[in-house]
Design a binder for this molecule. Structure first.
Ligand code: BTN
Length: 311
């Protein structure tokens, strides 16, 4: 490790300030090298306070780096400043034999993927996370995406206080607009059958960056912090979501999911193969299926697909 990385590691692990002399002794370099290392970290975006009496202290900084992820995640995590899609990177890592569970985080994605073959707008400022899990840790694969939406809602609420509602099946809405998208992909074991591994991808519109929002998304999405003043760092939120997903899988969570599902009782359009049908959303059953009643009086339980709210 070079001085800069060693300095970051020491500061990350110390709640109180460390003097230049103490740091120089620990790392085995001069105080001048520490000062230069601190400047290099500041240039990377880390906030380091320096006081003559106390020394160097790392303040909360919204920087994503491999070292930060290793510090905040409880499972192995891999950082990409930019990638096509964290889903693709996670799949590549699985194919290269990386043991699961692990997480992949990117600062931005060039070809973020959404559900139903759509793209996901992924500029700097958001959280782009994929979590690869062993199939054995997923008692009920059909409800994985439901579990993930609940875990993300809980994490956002705990860290920001913003109230999250879920639009079946797994879009998370804040103040009536989509703030988070979730995509799950399964890897099947062709020899033994069944779910071998699953990758859950989560994109959170945390704070607005410099990139222009495409016109077609302007009225649809919302940022948790449109002014860019998030009190929560991307790494903190990504790590919290990961922990919450790992723990929710063992819970009986359907009642909480149902209570967060804001479309129940509303008039909706059920979209199948591009064709919309008017219906009323009646309930979410115990397997997270959406029970709907169409205008001709017939009912159906949807296990996947897309619904939109009719206003
Ligand atoms: C959707 O709303 O249609 C789902 C969007 C899922 C986006 C996330 S961002 C991290 C991961 N990487 C991707 O390419 N997609 C998921």
């Amino acid at each position: 490790m070079n001085v800069k990385d060693e300095l970051l590691s020491n500061l990350l692990h110390s709640a109180s300030p460390l003097s230049g002399t103490e740091l120089a002794d620990r790392i085995g370099c001069s105080r001048m090298a520490i000062s230069k290392g601190a400047s290099a970290l500041a240039a990377d975006g880390y906030k380091i306070s320096v006081s003559r009496s106390d020394g160097y202290k790392l303040e909360k900084s919204d920087v994503l780096s491999q070292q930060i992820l290793e510090h905040v995640f409880n499972i192995p995590a891999f950082y990409f400043p930019v990638c096509e899609s964290t889903m693709t990177e996670a799949k590549n890592l699985v194919n290269r034999g990386t043991s699961v569970p692990f997480a992949v985080v990117a600062s931005r994605q060039e070809r973020g993927r959404g559900r139903l073959g759509r793209s996901f707008f992924s500029p700097e400022g958001g959280v782009y996370l994929s979590i690869a899990l062993p199939g054995t840790s997923i008692p009920n694969p059909d409800m994985l995406t439901t579990a993930a939406s609940l875990a993300v809602s809980r994490s956002i609420e705990a860290l920001t206080g913003l109230e999250c509602a879920i639009k079946w099946v797994n879009d998370i809405y804040i103040h009536g607009r989509k703030a988070v998208g979730i995509l799950t992909e399964g890897l099947v074991n062709m020899e033994e059958g069944g779910l071998d591994k699953a990758i859950i991808g989560i994109g959170v519109n945390l704070q607005k960056g410099d990139e222009k929002v495409p016109d077609e998304l302007k009225d649809k999405l919302i940022y948790l912090y449109p002014e860019g003043n998030s009190p929560v760092t991307r790494s903190e939120l990504a790590a919290r979501i990961t922990d919450e997903i790992l723990s929710v899988l063992d819970e009986d969570f359907i009642d909480e999911y149902r209570s967060r599902c804001f479309i129940l009782g509303s008039e909706i359009t059920v979209i199948k193969n591009g064709i919309g049908r008017d219906a009323v959303a009646l309930d979410v059953d115990d397997k997270a299926g959406l029970v709907v009643r169409y205008s001709d009086g017939s009912t159906e339980t949807l296990s996947s697909g897309e619904v939109t709210l009719r206003i």
